[in-house]
Design a protein around this ligand. Structure first.
Ligand SMILES: C[S@@+](CC[C@H](N)C(=O)[O-])C[C@H]1O[C@@H](n2cnc3c(N)ncnc32)[C@H](O)[C@@H]1O
Length: 277
């Protein structure tokens, strides 16, 4: 006890002035008894600290953090607390917005199934549909020249990274009986769904070649109003995914990808429904 007090005294005497200022700030924060004021002061303190380090903290007044439809599903899922919720919320919200459209859903790049879980959950109260899950279930294919990041901060993918067995994905997604699994290297199994139409497609394969092949295959099969969402679009670690999406979209009526701060990018297919013709 005495030695701890000694250490504290030593620290206080020798601490640089910024450290002392920080300690005073924390003590003032802890002295606030009103829960709302404490919450707000804590938020301001953390924002200032994050900003000094070049990071940004979400606004605390955003409604998505209380959206019951999403959180009920997410917290009950096997993925709760294992992945960031913001990207999953965007995905869930987009799937909800396409729920009245005809067509199935698909995911290219499934891993252990977190996004497929949300796609299927978001549509549970709608009419019947199938969800098509495409993955090697052997991890990434070999990265190519397009996949080499420019940023020195970004790590580099290797062939076989992110390998998860199909059994693990099927186990976690076991509550959904409308999922059809297409195990294999993209695009080798796409012909199995060539006759179908899609209202929502999630592309999350990290690399140039499978992203390009997925978009080229699914875009013509997307119904008007349908959404094609690429999870990797804005990541320094996935320059190939961005190039594949940008190159493709430059030559279709949508013209450019909508880029979100979560790193996701998407398009909404233009055109009229047959019923409107
Ligand atoms: C980032 S993970 C997908 C994450 C998943 N969407 C989720 O929400 O958790 C990327 C997946 O793409 C798959 N993949 C990468 N390249 C592929 C290829 N050429 N063919 C098939 N699957 C591929 C990997 O096996 C891996 O499961």
């Amino acid at each position: 006890m005495l030695s701890r007090l000694g250490m504290a005294a030593d620290l206080a005497l020798n601490a640089p002035s910024e450290m002392l200022a920080e300690m005073r700030q924390l003590m003032a924060l802890n002295a606030i008894t009103d829960p709302q004021q404490h919450h707000d002061a804590q938020f301001d303190y953390l924002c200032a600290k994050a900003s000094r380090a070049g990071f940004d903290i979400y606004n605390k007044n955003l409604m998505w953090m209380d959206e019951p439809g999403f959180w009920k599903i997410w917290k009950a899922s096997p993925y709760w607390n294992k992945q960031r919720a913001d990207r999953k919320f965007v995905l869930w919200s987009m799937v909800r917005s396409t729920r009245d459209l005809p067509g199935d859903t698909a995911e290219c790049g499934v891993l252990d199934g977190a996004s497929s879980y949300l796609v299927c959950s978001a549509r549970r109260d709608c009419g019947p549909f199938l969800h098509h899950a495409f993955d090697s279930f052997e991890g990434l294919s070999p990265p190519e020249a397009e996949d080499q990041p420019n940023s020195p901060m970004a790590f580099r993918w290797s062939s076989g990274d992110l390998a998860v067995s199909i059994e693990e994905a099927m186990d976690k997604l076991g509550r959904f009986d409308n999922i059809r699994y297409h195990k294999g290297w993209i695009p080798s199994r796409f012909d199995e769904v060539a006759q179908l139409r899609f209202s929502f497609v999630h592309v999350d394969v990290d690399l140039y070649q499978p992203t390009r092949d997925s978009i080229e295959f699914f875009y013509p099969r997307l119904v008007p109003g349908g959404i094609l969402l690429c999870d990797d679009y804005g990541y320094h670690t996935c320059p190939g995914a961005r190039k594949a999406f940008d190159d493709f979209v430059a030559n279709v009526p949508e013209r450019s990808v909508i880029h979100l701060p979560t790193g996701q990018g998407f398009i909404v297919k233009r055109g009229r429904h047959l019923a409107e013709d």
